[in-house]
Design a protein around this ligand. Structure first.
Ligand code: HPA
Length: 270
C-alpha cells in the first residue's frame, strides 16, 4: 500500500513538477472554486496510476493543479464516497497521495442535512468536530508507521486558527457562518425522521455522507484540516420534507458564492 501511495505521488510530482502545500477536496458546493483556480494542469483520475474512478453525477473526476491567488493548490474535482462501493482504502487513497506530494493543509466541503434547529436550509457551517458513524474505520488493519501512529489523537481535528479566520472572513463580508459538529454516515439513503432525531441527540449539528474518512486519514498523517458544510435540507422535526439528490445540488449551488469566497480568502491567508 505504501508503495502504491508513493508511486502515485511520484507520478503526480513528475507531471506537475511542483510540491503544492494546499490540498482541496471540491465537494458539493465548491464547484465554483474551480473557476477561481488558474489551472496549470488537469489530470483525469483515469490517467492516474492506482486512483479509483468516480461515478456519481455532478462529481467529475480529475485532479487539478493550479494557482489560487498566489498559492499553489492541488484540488480533487470529484471524490470517492463509501456508498458508491469503494473500500475505505480507496475513499482515502487520494488524501494519502496528497501528503506525499507535499500537501500540508487540506480543505474539504460537503452537503449536509441540518439537525440544529437554529440552522436554515442554505446556511453554511464551519466544522469544528465530527462523529464517525461509518460502519468501517479507515485506519482498520495493519498500521503503516510511516503514515502515522497506531492510535492517533483526534482531539483537534479541525484547525482552530483556520476556523477563526473563516469566521472573520464571514464577518467582514457580512454573512452568517454557523459552526458545529458533522456526523458522517455511509448513506446512500437520506435519514428517516427518527434517524435525524437520533443524530441530534448524539450531539451532531449536521449529517452527511463523506468527509469523516478523509479527515481521519489526514489527521493520522498530521495534515491541518479545514472543513465546511452547506445545509441543503432540514432534518429538524416538523421541518422535514421529501428530498432528492437534485434538490441537494440546487441548494448547494445557491450557497456556492459564499463557500467560494470563504475558501478563496482563507487559502490566500495561510
Ligand atoms: N443526510 C445525509 N447526507 C446528506 C443530507 C442529509 O440530509 N443532505 C445532503 N447530504
Amino acid at each position: 500500500m505504501l508503495e502504491k501511495i508513493k508511486a502515485t505521488a511520484n507520478f503526480i510530482k513528475e507531471r506537475i513538477k511542483a510540491n503544492p502545500e494546499t490540498g482541496i477536496i471540491l465537494g458539493t458546493g465548491l464547484g465554483g472554486l474551480v473557476k477561481e483556480i488558474e489551472i496549470i494542469d488537469s489530470i483525469p483520475y483515469s490517467e492516474i496510476p492506482n486512483f479509483p474512478v468516480s461515478t456519481v453525477d455532478g462529481h467529475a473526476g480529475r485532479l487539478i493543479y493550479g494557482k489560487l491567488g498566489e498559492k499553489e493548490v492541488l484540488a480533487m474535482q470529484g471524490r470517492f464516497h463509501f456508498y458508491e462501493g469503494y473500500s475505505m482504502t480507496e475513499v482515502t487513497f487520494p488524501v494519502r497521495v496528497m501528503k506525499f506530494v507535499g500537501v500540508k493543509t487540506l480543505f474539504v466541503s460537503n452537503a449536509t442535512g441540518g439537525l440544529n434547529p437554529d440552522f436554515k436550509v442554505g446556511d453554511i457551517m464551519v466544522i469544528n468536530d465530527h462523529i464517525n458513524f461509518f460502519p468501517e474505520h479507515p485506519l482498520r488493519g495493519n498500521n503503516i508507521e510511516e503514515l502515522g501512529p497506531r492510535f492517533p489523537d483526534m482531539s483537534k481535528c479541525y484547525d482552530k486558527r483556520l476556523r477563526n479566520k473563516a469566521k472573520l472572513i464571514a464577518l467582514e463580508h457580512n454573512f452568517d457562518l454557523k459552526e458545529g459538529v458533522y456526523v458522517g454516515v455511509s448513506g446512500p439513503t437520506f435519514e428517516t425522521p427518527a434517524e435525524y432525531k437520533m443524530f441530534r441527540i448524539l450531539g451532531a449539528d449536521v449529517v452527511g455522507m463523506s468527509t469523516v474518512p478523509e479527515v481521519i486519514v489526514a489527521r493520522h498523517m498530521e495534515l491541518n484540516v479545514f472543513g465546511i458544510s452547506i445545509i441543503t435540507d432540514s432534518g429538524v422535526p416538523g421541518e422535514i420534507v421529501e428530498i432528492s439528490h437534485e434538490e441537494v445540488q440546487q441548494v448547494a449551488m445557491k450557497a456556492e458564492p459564499k463557500m467560494t469566497l470563504i475558501m478563496k480568502e482563507l487559502i490566500k491567508s495561510i
